[in-house]
Design a protein around this ligand. Sequence first.
Ligand code: NAD
Length: 378
Amino acid sequence: MNTRDNHFHLGIAGACGRGRSFRAACDALPQVRVHAVCDIDTGALPATADLLGASEQYTDFDEMLEKSDLDGVIIATPMPLHAPQAIAALNRGLHVFSEVPAAVSVEECREIVRAAKSSGGVYMMGENYTYIRENVLIKELVKAGHFGTPYYAEGEYLHELKGYDEHRLAARGLPPRQVWRRHWQSGIDGITYGTHSLGPILQWFDDRVAHVTCHGSGHHHVDAEGRPYAQDTSVMLCKMAKGGLAKIRMDLTSDRPHALTNYQLQGTDGCYESARGPGQDFRIWLRSRCMGENTWMDLHELEEEFLPGEMKAAAAQGAGHGGSDYHELVEFIDAAEGRRKPSIGLHEAMDMTLPGLVSQQSIAGNGRSVPVPDSRAW
Ligand SMILES: NC(=O)c1ccc[n+]([C@@H]2O[C@H](COP(=O)([O-])OP(=O)(O)OC[C@H]3O[C@@H](n4cnc5c(N)ncnc54)[C@H](O)[C@@H]3O)[C@@H](O)[C@H]2O)c1
């Protein structure tokens, strides 16, 4: 916390896009002041500054770091900017909250680790799907031993994004927002955006991925210029360091209703299958709670008993992504002010980011098994 006025002074980069969605979370935290906003969208920036209550506006990230008196930054810019901006902020001793994934290459991951190790600032990655109620509940049930030993999991992120190419946006009269997704998310074979699916699973397993193998389903879609997207569905098999297995499926081009939060978990004493669409059940079988081996129960019946109190906080209501944005920001401020370690600090962020990057090497090598570096050894 800054001694000048007992507030945590925050700068938000990419404020006119995803950055804006932290408004409700910032509003719910009286000690947080959005001091500066940064975005290259000069048309939208003044209104965004108003909305977030920021007194300073910048179009250049380095200039914001140079001129503004900040305690920390939220980096909510397009994916290829996460690492360079995080490193620049860490080099100035600022606390960093980075959007997902942490970086777009293994080398960038190494550079973040190097910068964080020599910085006084805390690095945290905002993998908000780990704060989704049902995912937290499963984590608590695993911790309490109700799954026995968890050994298999699945995560899927099925999010058709073809609309975000420059020509399609122009045809719809829309500004070129999110065009970066055409290259960085749906233009590269392999798992380019895997942390939402893998993040909660790593927490359930309390483990990291040691090896990855990845295959794709081929190319069945082209953009407005006739260029194929990356392979439609990619599946990465993650062999965990302690022996478990996870299957991560990502698909950003297939035509179908969105399904961003499909998860499954199997343990020696329990099994979980999330709802695959609106109106479906989040079903769980636990040896300790269910009458027979073929009887499911509704996960939400266990909420009262197992969901941590802070997850029920009224302040989270209304914050983005079902309250997740609130919980992760609370954790960031707590970590920056030394009250606790972030659950997705430097190495956990690398554990969630590196398998997807390594999967791009695997798919290029016809699915060969590739080891995933452990950033703790860097
Ligand atoms: N965790 C989540 O649930 C979630 C949801 C949406 C997006 N995201 C992530 O947030 C990031 C942004 O996604 P988005 O959907 O808001 O994209 P977007 O393109 O809509 O917004 C990005 C913003 O960054 C700005 N920008 C671009 N270059 C900049 C620069 N050099 N300096 C400052 N600002 C710059 C753009 O003008 C834009 O306003 C991505 O990394 C994405 O993966 C995460």
